[in-house]
Design a binder for this molecule. Structure first.
Ligand SMILES: NC(=O)c1ccc[n+]([C@@H]2O[C@H](COP(=O)([O-])OP(=O)(O)OC[C@H]3O[C@@H](n4cnc5c(N)ncnc54)[C@H](OP(=O)(O)O)[C@@H]3O)[C@@H](O)[C@H]2O)c1
Length: 300
């Protein structure tokens, strides 16, 4: 017998694809996939519904029709710099749409599993555990914190998973930090990498695995799920060079302020994952092990 029904939103994204993959392979849940595009990017035999979660009426109808026990919200506006200029659009997707999901989940009695970020912190004194006080310094961070607060005060069953520097392989997904590095370095291009942004990068397979553990353990509240090693972007890049066999001479070290990005970044960040390790049995991979997996997935 199936354990229950899960509706995934944003199933075409990097995380959405990984969550669908692990639930299909390693659990007994029935799945309904949905994303904003007309067609699913995932080549599996699962029901797919086109759903723009910024449409309150469509969300209500889809949730009522699908009657899920759990909604896993993998849809988001994830362009951190874009959020500074596209404030209305990013708020609609990252905050208002989460409120639409809450309204739709209530009569269905469904639980929402949602994803958040270390960008809810200012990066002055990381790494952070789940009880640390948020203080976002970018508009993206503010949208993600507002969604957390909407869920925490909603009165419906919910869990919030905070993660950071998410990377991995997927079908037709946007480049992420690791795949951008691979694209540039494999072409022999020189790149500038900051040495003053500290945190634990996360391979998407690990996050999806932690998410399934959280669902199976029926946990609620905030959980940090991220990679094992807390290090600078530069040290991550050097490890990637070692694993993929790229020349470190292509890398020039710079500071975050040299990039002049529209959104400020939390510098001294990182997420402490001890709660997920002890309560969910989540075992984060180290960077080298994760990059070896990525190398295999990319066919290098
Ligand atoms: N990426 C990171 O480094 C990072 C770090 C910390 C936390 N997170 C969080 O992790 C979660 C997943 O991120 P991700 O990296 O998997 O992002 P992603 O690859 O951009 O996936 C998001 C998906 O949502 C879809 N989407 C966009 N607008 C939509 C709408 N109106 N209705 C339904 N779906 C829509 C996107 O489609 P299009 O591609 O067509 O827009 C995309 O397929 C997000 O909550 C994010 O904030 C990410």
């Amino acid at each position: 017998m199936k354990k229950g029904r899960i509706l995934i939103t944003g199933s075409n994204g990097l995380l959405g694809q990984a969550v669908v993959s692990i639930i299909t392979r390693e659990s007994d849940f029935e799945l309904v996939l949905s994303s904003v595009e007309e067609k699913s990017n995932i080549n599996i035999n699962q029901e797919y519904i086109q759903l723009d979660i910024t449409s309150k009426e469509k969300v209500k109808k889809t949730v009522a029709d699908a009657a899920p026990d759990i909604i896993v919200n993998c849809a988001a506006y994830t362009d951190v710099d874009g959020c500074e200029t596209e404030r209305e659009l990013s708020w609609r997707l990252n905050v208002d749409a989460v409120k639409h999901l809450i309204i739709a989940a209530r009569p269905a009695g469904a639980k929402i599993v949602h994803f958040s970020t270390d960008y809810v912190f200012d990066g002055k004194n990381g790494p952070y555990d789940e009880t640390a006080i948020p203080n976002p310094i970018s508009f993206y961070g503010r949208t993600k914190l507002a969604a957390e607060n909407a869920l925490l005060s909603s009165g419906i069953k919910n869990a919030i998973i905070r993660t950071m520097v998410l990377y991995g392989a997927g079908s037709k997904v946007k480049p992420n930090f690791a795949t951008w590095l691979v694209n540039k370095l494999s072409a022999g291009e020189r790149i500038n990498i900051v040495d003053d942004q500290i945190g634990n990068s996360t391979i998407v397979d690990d996050l999806a695995y932690g998410t399934l553990k959280l669902i199976e353990a029926e946990k609620e509240g905030i959980y940090n799920i991220a990679g094992r090693d807390i290090e600078s972007r530069l040290d991550f890049t050097f490890k990637l060079c070692d694993v993929f066999g790229y020349k470190k001479e292509l890398i020039k070290t710079i500071k975050t302020r040299d990039l002049n990005q529209p959104a400020p970044r939390p510098l001294n960040s990182g997420l402490i994952t001890l709660k997920a390790q002890s309560e969910l049995g989540f075992e984060p991979m180290g960077t080298v092990e994760s990059l070896q997996l990525l190398k295999y997935q990319l066919g290098y």
